[in-house]
Design a protein around this ligand. Structure first.
Ligand code: ATP
Ligand code: MG
Ligand code: FE
Length: 332
């Protein structure tokens, strides 16, 4: 079984080939046009996907040594994501499957973020809980099987990645600010400033409050000292990051206890955060959890995770019809 998978939900155009369940490659073209706008501009993303998709697919096929006539299926991200961005991948996948007369496999992007854990060893055992933390989502997912997942908690407003990026912007850092907060936080004091921990009912999250708290805090401080940010950048980053991680872990602890699982995973771009990784590693040691953190390449958007999900769907014969359309919103 050899499948070509395509990812185009946001600002990464990516293609990957999977052969009998083994990912052979993961070609990613990251769009840099968005940097100067401080966030992803949907129309520019669609245009960049159109430019990148053929070279990216070509490179994936070329470097895998698999000819397109030997492919068993074409997989693509159906949603959730930016409509115009998804449309490029969906249309491309459809045309290619039609031309080659092979099945088409639609993939849910959030399910794929979880299945990134099965690309390489070690792999978690079912059932496990996956905390998916990305630019657009924050979800606690109970994973019962490869294609059987349930969202048991999620954010009611901003995603945690968004909270990182928006507070970074308030500090004058360029987009995406998440990795920079991580970097400066490493030499800062997480207890220097106190930002609020928002507590939502049950296993849900809210990350919009911290943005406002940081905004007002900085406004007050800057009135007294115009160079407050420069003088305290490391401590500010460490303190903001500390609050965000606290909020993530409070609910994760409740979820793990409530569902009685031993294996705990994290997925999505924010799982690259070193503070989160360290805090999670400590917690795992204390509580006897087995934790799983994918390689960075498989944390952010990539087609390898789409390919992995496609492999399991292929085994079940779960194919899509030719009139499938993208979905900006799509439930796991
Ligand atoms: P979604 O999957 O929800 O559609 P997305 O695909 O845009 O969103 P990802 O590519 O998985 O999200 O992750 C991007 C996010 O990860 C950005 O918000 C970025 O700031 C954040 N991020 C990446 N590295 C780090 C880091 N080291 N620390 C904190 N945040 C980080
Ligand atoms: Mg991205
Ligand atoms: Fe993503």
């Amino acid at each position: 079984i050899s499948i070509l998978a395509i990812e185009s939900s946001c600002d990464e155009t990516s293609a990957s080939i999977i052969l009998n369940g083994k990912v052979l490659n993961n070609i990613v073209a990251t769009q840099s046009v968005h940097e100067k706008y401080g966030g992803v501009v949907p129309e520019l993303a669609s245009r960049a996907h159109q430019e990148n998709i053929i070279p990216v697919v070509h490179e994936a096929l070329e470097s895998s040594g698999i000819r397109k006539n030997d492919l068993s299926a074409i997989a693509f991200t159906r949603g959730p994501g930016l409509m115009g961005a998804l449309l490029v991948g969906v249309s491309f996948a459809k045309s290619m499957a039609y031309a080659l007369k092979i099945p088409l496999i639609e993939i849910n992007h959030m399910q794929a973020h979880v299945l990134a854990h099965f690309i390489e060893d070690p792999k978690p055992n079912f059932p496990f809980i996956c905390l998916t933390v990305s630019g657009g989502h924050t979800q606690l997912v109970l994973v019962k099987d490869y294609l059987d997942m349930q969202v048991i908690g999620e954010t009611r407003d901003d995603a945690v990645g968004e909270a990182f990026d928006k507070t970074a912007k308030l500090l004058g850092l360029p987009y995406p600010g998440g990795p920079l907060i991580d970097k400066y936080a490493q030499s800062g004091n997480p207890k220097a400033f106190e930002f609020p921990i928002t507590r939502m009912p049950e296993l849900d999250y809210s990350f919009s409050g911290i943005k406002t708290a940081v905004l007002y805090f900085l406004r007050d401080q800057l009135q007294q000292n115009p160079t407050f940010i420069e003088e305290n950048l490391n401590d500010l980053c460490a303190s903001i990051q500390h609050s965000l991680i606290e909020m993530l872990l409070i609910k994760l602890k409740v979820a793990v206890k409530q569902y009685g699982v031993k294996d705990v995973a994290i997925a999505g771009g924010v799982s690259a955060n070193s503070g989160l990784r360290n805090a999670l590693t400590d917690l795992a040691t204390k509580r006897g959890w087995n934790i799983f953190i994918p390689k960075f390449e498989y944390c952010t958007d990539n087609a390898a995770m789409i390919a992995m999900a496609a492999h399991y769907k292929y085994l079940k014969g779960d194919f899509s019809s030719m009139d499938v359309t993208p979905l900006a919103k799509m439930k796991i």
